[in-house]
Design a protein. Structure first.
Length: 163
């Protein structure tokens, strides 16, 4: 069984949120309407808040919790893939934004949000106290809300032909 340091996993979670913020901020800069720009800026703001939440969780860890913890091998394999940049690596996604229309941006954002949800479900297996589990559950619900917002917006845009 692989061993992971919970503090390191929370650092990865913070990096995912920074990546998400960078994605939405860059997408907002190229938005073709104020409505699209506001949506993307709001999503960037939510990612900043998630990063702060994970930072607070990390600062509350005891020294015993900061040491490695054994976990399910499947969860460990998934988290290892994230660590190696195989699941969520924002650079190609940021590069793809250059000149991309809102439909492409929304589709990419939906996939990135889904990836982050799966990651947080894995992280949830590592946390040691009920408060942190509840916090991660709240973040997962927010990320699910992001997927719903993005999906609804994508449907509207596709119906209106606003690529």
């Amino acid at each position: 069984m692989l061993t992971f340091n919970v503090a390191e996993i929370l650092e990865i979670a913070q990096q995912i949120e920074r990546n998400g913020e960078a994605f939405y901020t860059r997408a907002a800069e190229g938005a073709r309407s104020q409505q699209q720009q506001r949506l993307l800026e709001n999503l960037a703001s939510m990612e900043r808040e998630h990063e702060r939440t994970f930072g607070a969780m990390q600062s509350r860890l005891s020294s015993a919790t900061r040491e490695g913890s054994a976990m399910d091998p499947q969860v460990a394999s998934y988290l290892r893939a994230i660590v190696e940049g195989k699941v969520f690596s924002p650079q190609p996604d940021l590069e793809a934004l250059s000149g991309a229309g809102i439909v492409s941006i929304l589709k990419t954002a939906i996939e990135l949000e889904k990836d982050s949800i799966v990651f947080y479900l894995g992280v949830e297996q590592l946390v040691m106290n009920a408060h942190d589990v509840k916090t991660i559950d709240e973040i997962i619900r927010e990320e699910l809300g992001h997927v719903a917002i993005l999906s609804d917006t994508l449907r509207e845009v596709q119906g209106g032909g606003d690529e």
